[in-house]
Design a protein around this ligand. Sequence first.
Ligand SMILES: [Zn+2]
Ligand SMILES: [Zn+2]
Length: 94
Amino acid sequence: METAKKPSRVQYRCKKCQKIDRKGRLAGHFFKYHVSFDQVPFSCSLCSFRCQTQQHLLDHVTKYAPHVKEAKLRGVTDLRRYLYKSDNPFSVSV
Ligand SMILES: [Zn+2]
Ligand SMILES: [Zn+2]
């Protein structure tokens, strides 16, 4: 694999449909289009966000503006309420 000066700009390719994107986004894409919902390792039931790590999900519920806004609108104070952890997670490497 080639090394880039700015890791955040490194592009990854989806093994299933050849879509190219940044790693974090591509993982989300993969879980959305190629993995059944009950196999997504972590997801947010409020906005259907899906990801592979708990830390990523925690970042989502605390930093993703549309989620934070929606949670406020609903009066949700417990941000972890919408976190979902799969019992049967699918592991993806992109
Ligand atoms: Zn794909
Ligand atoms: Zn969310």
